[in-house]
Design a protein around this ligand. Structure first.
Ligand code: G1P
Length: 300
């Protein structure tokens, strides 16, 4: 059973300044829900019951978002606004949210290391809240199934184009069945010509607790940070670690264009919004082609 999930959310969100000057990046909304809510929902849909947020000073809003809001609830109840009331219940019953601070921004591996006491002696999931998925079944659910079948750590991967390789952790693996690799090595943000493949780690992992002593001994790597990828590489030299190609459309909402793409795709996936969004797109395309069309004067 994989019951616990860790969500590292202590980043400064500098790619979204000034929006993230006072508001945590994880609270930026895709349509009408903050990024973090999609990730929590994905974890819960995959059977996770205990969620640890790794945060830092100034990120209290993340916990507030998943708390009950009694005054607001009472107001909505009085007015009979049941569906709005339901939408404020952001954490399903039976799910507990914990948090721990990452005192120093020393990297993703260091953030995950802060989960050591929370995790104890169980396998656990890690979900990076920058990435969101549109898929039939939750991305994490597929990885948990793979973990159950193989009994070893599993990282989710998807193929990325060559120009994006240097933005990700990249897996070197031997295919053991369609879409499933046994990991030979992992490298964080390699230059494309040195990358062993184009299989990028997509921010969803099932990890076993024997990673913690290895993370504790991991030295700063790419970008001068303690990298989770390096901890996993050390783990892969000691036991079988797998990489599973995940289903579904992935959006890297950690950069501006990816965020906009996710916003459009998630809006189009909503039956109540789709017709309106399509009209907006048509209008915008119309306006663009009017801009591009030469005026009669120019034609001269
Ligand atoms: C992190 C991981 C990287 C992974 C990526 C997925 O990088 O270190 O291995 O491929 O997330 O989004 P970051 O985006 O935090 O630089």
């Amino acid at each position: 059973m994989v019951r616990k999930a860790v969500i590292p959310a202590a980043g400064l969100g500098t790619r979204f300044l000034p929006a993230t000057k006072a508001v945590p990046k994880e609270m930026l909304p895709i349509v009408d829900r903050p990024l973090l809510q999609y990730v929590v929902e994905e974890a819960v849909a995959a059977g996770i019951t205990d969620i640890l947020l790794v945060t830092r000073q100034g990120k209290e809003l993340l916990e507030d978002h998943f708390d009950r809001a009694y005054e607001l609830e009472a107001r909505l109840q009085d007015k009979g606004k049941t569906s709005l009331l339901k939408s404020t219940r952001t954490l399903p019953g039976g799910v507990t949210l914990f948090s721990v601070r990452q005192g120093e921004p020393l990297g993703l591996g260091h953030a995950v290391l802060q989960a050591r006491n929370f995790v104890g002696d169980e396998p656990f999931a890690v979900l990076l809240p920058d990435e969101v998925f549109l898929s039939e079944r939750p991305c994490l659910g597929g990885l948990i199934e793979t973990y159950r079948e193989l009994g070893g750590p599993v990282v989710g991967v998807q193929e990325v184009p060559p120009e994006e390789v240097s933005r990700y952790g990249i897996v070197d693996g031997e295919e053991i069945s369609p879409g499933l690799y046994r990991v030979r090595g992992l490298v964080e943000k390699p230059p494309v010509d040195a990358a062993p493949s184009r299989w990028a780690i997509i921010g969803r992992y099932i990890i076993t607790p024997d990673i913690f002593p290895l993370l504790a001994g991991t030295r700063p790597g790419a970008g001068g940070e303690i990298q989770l990828t390096d901890g996993l590489a050390a783990l892969a030299s000691r036991r079988a670690v797998y990489a599973a190609v995940t289903e579904g459309r992935r959006f890297d909402a950690g950069n501006t264009l990816g965020f906009l793409e996710a916003t459009l795709a998630f809006a189009l996936a909503r039956p109540d919004l789709r017709p309106g969004v399509l009209k907006i797109i048509e209008r915008e395309i119309g306006a663009l082609s009017e801009e591009a069309a030469p005026t009669s004067g120019e034609r001269g």
